[in-house]
Write a protein that binds this ligand. Structure first.
Ligand code: P6P
Length: 334
């Protein structure tokens, strides 16, 4: 797959500053937040790379708010993000998969613009023990001072995001992000400790005979999803599933296809969290020319949240592939 060619060597830091200079009214607040996320990614990458050596793998023996076994690195990654973002004046609220409630850092009603940063610190962390891909997902919203309760400022639909991205700790450490003007990709060069810009204006292929779903849940999928999987297998589609949304969607961003997490018996609303998994990934894929829905005719980015940890069904990927799934969901039982 040929990526849009990059001619000059630019680091993530330089790219952030270049984007800021394009907006004369920019205060630099968002740049500082993106810089904090970059530092966090480097620190988490260093931890992930040495996990087995420093025996930080495995669980801490307690569950997180999701009722999932917390991996030691979940806790470490969460602490890194809370501390780097906490030092940025422009951050009003942070919300994490690992924290039951949003953390209010600055609650002033006047003053310069501030932001809310939501994140899944280590998505797919159960892959750590087997050296599988894991990732950090982040979403940035403007802080809404009009909220009656400060913490409700984070309950905005995904279309309000000002930036979104992920870091994939895989065979290399890749950071993919958007500030609403296309999708850029960076790769960490561990020799110099910098993210190097490798692609801009990324476009997801319009089609690819490839789907990504946990087939183990298939018997409890709603009929429309069963219809789609039957059709895809009759067409000879390939199936790939890493068990980490970031790893699966990075593959689909670069090669095309569709990622599904339907409602299941265990997760009737779907498993993935709207605010810090589905929304940021939906913004990225739409910015790359793809589609992201939670039901036929309903964009994920239009779903109005009422709880920071709410879950949502997810159909994300190439526009043509998402449309095929949507058609199968709408076909009457017949
Ligand atoms: P399952 C990881 O736990 C995660 O939140 C996503 O990253 C991933 O896509 C999904 O859950 C995997 O869930 O039920 O297939 O193991």
């Amino acid at each position: 797959m040929s990526l849009p060619e990059i001619r000059e060597i630019t680091t993530l830091q330089a790219h952030i500053l270049k984007q800021e200079q394009r907006h004369p009214g920019a205060t630099g607040t968002l740049s500082w937040i993106l810089s904090a996320l970059s530092i966090s990614a480097k620190m988490i990458a260093a931890q992930v790379r040495r996990a087995r050596l420093e025996d930080v793998l495995g669980t801490v023996g307690q569950e997180n708010v999701q009722g999932e076994q917390q991996q030691k690195l979940d806790v470490i990654a969460n602490e890194i993000l809370l501390r780097t973002l906490g030092s940025r004046e422009g951050v009003a609220i942070v919300a994490s998969e690992e924290n039951e409630q949003p953390v209010i850092l600055r609650d002033d009603r006047q003053g310069e613009r501030r932001y809310c940063v939501l994140f899944d610190p280590l998505d797919g962390s159960s892959n750590l023990d087997v050296c599988g891909g894991v990732g950090t997902i982040f979403s940035i919203l403007r802080h809404d001072r009009r909220s009656e309760h400060t913490e409700d400022s984070v309950l905005q639909p995904g279309r309000q995001q000002v930036a979104a991205g992920y870091v994939l700790y895989g065979s290399s450490t890749v950071l993919v992000m958007t500030v609403g003007r296309g999708v850029d990709m960076f790769v960490l060069d561990p020799a110099i400790g910098a993210f190097i810009h490798v692609a801009s204006r990324l476009r997801i292929p319009e089609r690819n005979a490839h789907y990504s779903v946990n087939e183990g849940n298939r018997l409890s999928f709603p009929a429309g999803y069963q219809r789609y999987l039957h059709w895809a297998q009759e067409q000879g589609y390939s199936s790939r599933y890493a068990g980490a949304m970031v790893a699966d969607l990075h593959r689909i961003l670069l090669k095309g296809g569709v990622f599904l997490y339907p409602p299941t018996a265990k997760a009737p609303e779907g498993k993935l969290r709207l605010m810090y998994e589905a929304n940021p990934m939906a913004m990225l894929i739409e910015q790359a020319g793809g589609a992201a829905i939670c039901a036929p005719g309903e964009r994920i980015l239009d779903r109005q949240p009422d709880d920071i940890h709410q879950r949502v069904p997810v159909i994300i990927g190439s526009a043509e592939e998402v449309a095929r799934v949507s058609d199968c969901l709408q076909t009457e039982d017949g």
